[in-house]
Unconditional design. Structure first.
Length: 318
């Protein structure tokens, strides 16, 4: 089976530079590769957060381009809730095997079993919030000075406050008022012992940019992103997938629908969207016509309050 990552040429494989869309992708790709190379040069021990989702897939693809022909000089890191979509885990494991890269897994289940963290009290048993202490443990144990994340500013209002280099204090916490200037794309990488930087190479990308780049670079994605039939039920206006981790209440009707996922997270808090988009081109057409953000449409835990994401980020979330 071919590798999911087809990095056959230098940066700028995107084809002819004549049209505006291709020019924009070239500019975004160049900026992201520059950021990744800066971090690789400035930090002894970076890590790249990888979930098997589309954004982390593109970020890994860019990282491979940034360092080739050398092997990826840092590990990928997955914070595993134990309630992941199997399609994402299968993709992750195949990528690791085919590319021969190091994988570090922070297990929420192991942290629960050992008593290091208490069980989730969130509605539906979501373990998304439980990822934060596990992530911070992994960062400390591996002495990561910088951790790449695939967040984009268009995803959610709290993420729009992030700089490319997002400073985290000794407790792994984020203060949106304590952000460093990034004038002329100059990044301040200074940290004291115990501190680290979260780096977001995709900050200026949009969801549509991600999908157009996946097409342009012929990057394989997990099948869960394309339309398929799945058992779902409606809860709070969202189509939740039936799974061993999330079951409908007696009044919630289960139906088989053609759906896809715009984002991939914990199965207890990630909703599907009704869709017949069976190709990436179809997905792009759907996204181009929608006016709802992917997290607003697909993440139940972001609806807990107006500042749900910002509260989690202050605690050390991705």
């Amino acid at each position: 089976m071919a590798s999911p990552f087809l990095v056959s040429g230098e940066s700028g494989d995107l084809g002819e530079k004549g049209d505006t869309g291709t020019l924009e992708l070239h500019a975004l790709e160049s900026e992201s590769i520059h950021i990744i190379r800066e971090v690789t040069a400035e930090f002894d021990r970076p890590g790249l957060l990888f979930s098997g989702g589309k954004d982390s897939i593109v970020m890994l693809h860019l990282a491979l381009k940034a360092v080739r022909p050398a092997k990826l000089p840092f590990p990928i890191v997955h914070i595993d809730t134990g309630q992941n979509f199997p399609e994402a885990i299968e993709y992750r494991d195949r990528v690791v095997e085919q590319l021969g890269i190091e994988l570090i897994v922070g297990s929420v289940q192991e942290a629960l079993d050992s008593g290091r963290i208490p069980p989730s009290t969130d509605p539906g048993g979501s373990r998304n919030r439980l990822q934060t202490p596990v992530l911070l443990d992994v960062i400390r144990e591996n002495k990561f000075g910088a951790v790449f994340g695939g967040a984009r500013r268009d995803e959610e209002r709290a993420r729009a406050k992030e700089r490319v280099y997002s400073f985290r204090d000794e407790f792994g916490q984020w203060d949106p008022k304590n952000q460093r200037p990034e004038v002329w794309n100059l990044y301040n990488a200074f940290i004291n012992a115990g501190q680290h930087i979260r780096v977001f190479p995709l900050s200026n990308w949009t969801e549509l940019d991600i999908w157009r780049y996946i097409v342009a670079e012929n990057i394989e994605i997990p099948s869960i992103y394309l339309a398929h039939e799945r058992e779902v039920f409606q809860r709070d206006g969202m189509h939740m997938a039936v799974s061993p981790f999330l079951q409908p209440e007696p009044h919630e009707k289960v139906e088989v629908r053609s759906v896809r996922f715009r984002t991939i997270g914990d199965m207890t808090s990630t909703a599907a969207v009704p869709s017949t988009a069976s190709t990436i081109e179809d997905v792009i057409a759907e996204i181009a016509s929608t006016r709802t953000s992917e997290r607003g449409q697909s993440r139940a835990d972001d609806r807990a309050s107006e500042a749900a994401m910002e509260d989690r980020k202050r605690e050390g979330y991705f």
